[in-house]
Design a binder for this molecule. Structure first.
Ligand code: NAD
Length: 303
């Protein structure tokens, strides 16, 4: 008997086949037709990053480091972390050591606005690893509240340089290696809910404009790179407690309650609450997702 689902699958074009073989209903039907097959849950295999190579900018601390660690825990061979300081932070070293022999994290001092340095270093990584599978462009800056009618040119350009040009240069560096090795890949641009809403009570015109640019950058790059099987998505967190937001919260403690009250969950997010979504986006669990903005904001957008 040919079930309706089996009939549909047989008409599916070969290029749409899952890289993990038969999954879900198709796997169940195969097992039903062949008693020698022992059913095995595959959902976690879909999230695994076994032997993958990744690049994370802003990977010395905060969300970038949290995401680098998550990807290593998901099985990546190595994640290269790019960030400004000459030497990695204590938390970076502790995270690297926490992995033991299961995966590797490497640190490289780089400024994301230096396009040539990023391209060159990433090409060297390609020469060593012979693959590049995922990239998280997380380096970003947020400057103090400044009236939009008075915003100084230099301060504005500085934010746009890091948050827009730096994100593009990071994505280019990784994307060029993905293209070189022809295996596709996943590029995750860290944007913000500030790319599609304005943070009430804050004069952050440079940051908000930069993050809106990142949303469109993801769609634009996704459109160009789909034919190379390179997926590009943006990931937009809401308020998460990191050094970036601590710069505001620690000096203005009333903001804890103010920001918490702006989402239905009534709290700020933790960096570790982005582990699942970044692993999903980097992995084969999201192979049909490109050109999308994934918002993880505790529901901030819902009100
Ligand atoms: N924390 C939040 O609430 C929040 C919310 C939405 C989006 N984001 C975004 O997440 C990303 C990570 O932010 P975070 O909260 O972890 O902040 P963070 O300040 O802890 O981390 C940012 C990292 O980027 C690095 N960086 C800055 N400029 C750089 C440059 N020119 N070259 C290389 N590295 C550079 C910093 O050194 C730092 O390690 C940023 O893009 C930020 O805009 C954060």
């Amino acid at each position: 008997m040919v079930s309706s689902q089996e009939g549909l699958i047989s008409k599916f074009p070969a290029q749409s086949a899952s890289p993990l073989g038969k999954l879900g209903i198709e796997a169940a039907l195969e097992a039903a037709a062949d008693p020698s097959i022992t059913p095995k849950p595959k959902i976690f295999d879909e999230f695994a990053l076994t032997d993958r190579v990744g690049l994370v900018s802003g990977g010395n601390r905060g969300l970038g480091l949290e995401m680098a660690l998550a990807c290593c825990e998901a099985g990546a061979r190595v994640v290269y972390c790019f960030d400004l300081p000459e030497k990695p932070s204590d938390e970076w070293i502790a995270s690297r050591d926490y992995l033991g022999n299961n995966s590797r994290m490497e640190y490289f001092s780089a400024n994301v606005i230096d396009q040539q340095a990023l391209w060159k270093k990433t090409e060297e990584i390609g020469d060593i690893e012979r693959r590049m599978d995922f990239c998280v462009a997380a380096a970003g800056i947020l400057r103090s509240d400044t009236d939009c009618l008075e915003y100084p040119a230099q301060k504005y350009r500085e934010v746009l340089d890091v948050n827009v040009s730096g994100v593009l240069f990071t994505a280019q560096a990784a994307g060029r290696q993905m293209s070189r090795f022809g295996r596709g890949g996943s590029i995750i641009l860290i944007a913000s809910m500030s790319g599609s809403i304005t943070n009430r009570g804050h004069a952050w015109v440079s940051y908000n404009s930069s993050k809106a640019a990142v949303l469109q950058m993801a769609r634009s790059m996704a459109s160009e790179l789909g034919e190379k099987k390179i997926r590009v998505n943006s990931l937009s967190p809401g308020y998460i407690y990191t050094s970036m937001t601590a710069a505001f919260l620690d000096s203005q403690p009333h903001l804890f309650d103010a920001w918490s009250s702006m989402n239905p969950l009534g709290r700020l997010g933790r960096p570790d609450e982005l582990r699942g979504v970044v692993t999903w986006l980097a992995s084969d669990a999201s192979t049909f997702c490109t050109g999308s903005d994934i918002i993880v904001s505790g529901g901030h957008h819902s009100w």
